[in-house]
Design a protein around this ligand. Sequence first.
Ligand code: HEC
Length: 129
Amino acid sequence: MKKVLSLILISVFFIGFLASCGGDSSSSDNSDKASSSYTPNLENGKAVYDRSCVACHMQGVAGAAAITDKARWEASAAKGLDTLHAHALHGFQGEHGVMLEKGSCADCSETDVYDAVAYILKEAGVEAK
Ligand code: HEC
């Protein structure tokens, strides 16, 4: 019985530990975001997009989906927002071409990239879950 209790205690502690380190990515801006409670900053997203994504995603260069290409973004959005975040952050080889890590924006934070994804989806008129 004692053993069971300590097991419970250990798992409670462990879960608490996981929860406490899951969210914080200690990046530059002030939005608090455990990825589930992350709220995109579309203004920042536009700025990041204009700087780092526009070259490929404006017209659809090198296999990238143009920001106006709703059908392509719908197909992407169907993968789920987490997947899009991961692909934008770490890069992705798709059937159309290669998305580089952070669109090769070396000084973009994780949040910058997520905001840019949110901005693109909004402009494309698409929602990802
Ligand atoms: C050098 C060109 C280039 C730049 C710059 C670029 N991308 Fe991409 N991106 C691509 C290509 C090519 C694909 C399509 C890959 C495919 O579908 O085959 C893509 C796909 C994506 C996808 C969809 C991934 C998926 O799973 O469908 C997202 C989201 C994305 N880019 C976000 C961004 C963001 C955000 C930026 C700016 C920070 C950015 N991209 C900058 C080329 C680029």
